[in-house]
Design a protein around this ligand. Structure first.
Ligand code: ADP
Ligand code: MG
Length: 647
């Protein structure tokens, strides 16, 4: 003789109620064979549901042993118990306990999803079961659109989804009118005839009379057991799939969890939106600031590149704002000659500024008069428009000749061709020999007329000064500006004996711009991070509420075979979806801001990088996981019986 299906040995259940312990089920022994149809009857409060929950492994006994096919259920962990419920039991509840937002077919499929049945198979099975129970026409109706009797038939179909080897029905007719009740009992009887083991609880003797065996409970003890009848039929035996499960299993439960998440989000649109708001703002802020910083950086670097990337300027003093700057007179012709001898330099020119009033005929204008060498225009990347540039002879001869800037000269000469004209610089008549145009680089464009004279002429004929106010050098193409800068610093320091000058290159400007934008981005990101954390706390809060609201749903899912990990995943996926959706909205908002920005401001464009957008999605998913974990774990750790009892 094989092991009996169910064997209870001295099983008991006590509840701690306040200080004292209440014994709801006194030690009881019971053997149930496969294929039996048993009715458990008794007055309300006699312990019928308690016994039923123990039989269905929703609850654990306080004492005694429960053997299922000879295996002690006390040795099973939560996962193994979930598998047992999933593959061997089918529950039918007095109040049907269907999931209200799913249609009949989807409700019937749930246990099969947790069992790992393929989508195709479980849909076919749901169709077949609903057809068999006369609900083929109703398979796409939600529970709210079905009568009580129809809902109970759907729940019977659900109990059969994974085979329904043992059907546990707690007051299945309790909420039905007598006609529907009769139909349900007829179905249960038919299932019994097909070999299903049926255990039903009722307080109605008329209903109980359909069973082969009646067990009467009174105050938690078996008062009467009508005894086993040998059933002639072959019992249904469900062989669960091996632990490997179907390949579709993981994907299916993600899909299922995703669908539940969408339902939950749609059910509370406003709440979901408000929850996401923190994340939307945080993500939009980070993405926008990064894009703006990127745009500003590109803009500045473009301007610097227009100025020439490989020029280095040398000034006296320790840096900008050095008070001794004016009194240091060590940058001189010797330095210039030494620099001109360096093979890595393409040119060098001093600059010596001279304030000067310009006069042409009877028109005067303030001028920016600068003494330079013949290398100056090459070093600054200016192009000749007409005439000629300064030449070496002009420098040697201290010639009173000048090159002027095309843009500004018009204000003095009007439309006349400047070349060949003589203008007065202070009291010195100077002949204009050439016109250049310069890329408007960085910095304010001056209103005064730009005039360049040989530095030798300025130093001897305009002002008496024997040192330069600045040296500008150009590094040869193919040589790293940073290395050249280093070499120049060494050379001049050696010549001067001390480093009484400082250098300024486009390289160093770019570096400082990059440093500034990086610092800015970091700071704003830190603020945005706080907003994201606040958003995450919002998600956590709403998920905790959601778990409480859906406690019964969790209980139902556990009763039909969901594992703790299924519940954990469902809520975690919901949290991730809320945050990820928030992230997507945030990125969308930021792109919108970028478009608006480009309409309003045309000097800087916001530059969005794919990387920062992907980072935003990654960040928001991470927030979902981090802040969703606690609520999801709370949900997964719920006790099925407690969850089911919650209204
Ligand atoms: P029945 O289904 O026969 O009406 P139950 O099995 O639901 O009865 O309950 C039996 C007794 O156990 C009742 O007196 C009830 O108050 C008590 N009981 C049930 N659940 C709990 C619980 N979680 N804590 C304390 N007492 C409980
Ligand atoms: Mg009950």
């Amino acid at each position: 003789m094989s092991e009996p299906l169910i064997q209870l040995k001295g099983i008991e259940r006590r509840y701690q109620s306040g200080e004292q312990e209440v014994t709801v089920l006194h030690p009881l022994d019971l053997v149930i064979e496969a294929g039996e149809m048993i009715a458990i009857v008794g007055a309300s409060g006699s312990g019928k549901s308690t016994l039923m929950n123990l039989l269905g492994c929703l609850d654990r006994p306080s004492g005694g042993q429960y053997l299922f096919r000879g295996e002690d259920t006390a040795t099973l962990d939560a996962l193994a118990l979930a598998r047992l419920r999933c593959h061997h039991f089918g529950f039918i509840f007095q109040r049907y306990h269907l999931l209200p937002h799913l249609d009949a077919a989807a409700n019937v499929e749930i246990p099969a999803i947790y069992a790992g049945t393929s989508r195709h198979d479980r849909q076919a099975r749901a169709r077949q079961l609903l057809g068999r129970l006369g609900l083929a026409e109703r398979s796409h109706h939600t529970p709210g659109q079905l009568s009580g009797g129809q809902q109970q038939r759907v729940s019977i179909a659900r109990a059969l989804a994974n085979g329904g080897e043992v059907i546990l029905a707690d007051e299945p007719t309790g909420a039905l009118d007598s006609q529907s009740g009769k139909e349900v009992m007829a179905i249960l009887k038919e299932l019994h005839q097909q070999g299903h083991t049926i255990i039903l609880v009722t307080h109605d003797m008329e209903v109980a009379s359909h069973a082969d065996r009646i067990i009467t409970l009174k105050d938690g003890r078996v008062q009467e057991d009508s005894g086993r009848k040998v059933a002639g039929n072959q019992p249904v035996l469900n062989v669960p799939p091996a632990a490997g499960e179907g390949a579709s299993y993981d994907w299916d439960r993600y899909r299922e969890a995703g669908r539940m998440a969408v339902h939950a989000m749609l059910a509370h649109r406003m709440r979901t939106f408000l929850t996401m708001l923190g994340i939307i703002i945080g993500i939009a802020a980070v993405v926008s600031v990064v894009a703006l910083g990127q745009g500003a950086r590109t803009k500045v670097i473009d301007q610097i590149n227009a100025m020439g990337t490989n020029t280095i300027e040398i000034f006296p003093g320790k840096g900008w704002g050095d008070e001794k700057m004016a009194s240091i007179q060590t940058l001189n012709k010797g330095d210039l000659d030494a620099l001109l001898g360096q093979p890595y330099l393409a040119g060098a020119s001093p600059e010596i500024a001279s304030p000067g009033q310009l006069r042409y005929r009877n028109k005067t204008s303030s001028g920016s008069v600068t003494g330079v060498s013949n290398d100056y225009f090459k070093v600054k990347g200016m192009t000749l428009v007409s005439g000629r540039l300064l030449e070496w002879q002009d420098i040697q001869q201290r010639a009173a000749v000048a090159v002027v800037d095309k843009k500004s000269i018009g204000s003095l000469l009007g439309k006349d061709d400047p070349v060949g004209k003589v203008v007065m610089v202070g009291t010195l008549p100077v002949r204009i020999i050439g016109v250049v145009s310069q890329e408007t680089g960085f910095g304010p464009s001056s209103q005064s007329v730009n005039v360049w004279l040989p530095y030798s002429a300025v130093m001897s004929r305009l002002i008496s000064q024997h040192h330069f106010s600045q040296l500008t050098i150009r590094v040869k193409d193919g040589i790293q500006p940073a290395l050249a800068e280093q070499a120049v610093i060494e050379l001049l320091t050696k010549r001067h004996g001390v480093k009484d000058f400082f250098t300024f290159s486009s390289d160093s400007i770019i570096k400082s711009v990059e440093k500034t934008t990086a610092t800015m981005t970091m700071m704003v990101s830190a603020i945005a991070l706080i907003s994201l954390i606040v958003g995450g706390v919002g998600v956590m809060n709403i998920m905790l509420v959601s778990v409480v609201e859906r406690t019964r749903e969790i209980g139902i899912r556990m009763a039909v075979g969901a594992r703790q990990s299924d519940i954990l995943q469902q809520f975690l996926i919901e949290a991730v979806m809320v945050s990820l959706l928030g992230g997507i909205c945030g990125v969308g908002l930021s792109l919108g801001i970028g478009m608006l920005f480009s309409l309003l401001v045309d000097s800087i464009k916001m530059q969005f990088s794919l990387f920062s957008i992907l980072m935003a999605f990654g960040c928001s998913s991470l927030i979902g996981i981090l802040f969703g974990y606690l609520p999801a774990r709370n949900a997964a750790r719920l006790d099925p019986v407690v969850a089911l009892a919650r209204e």
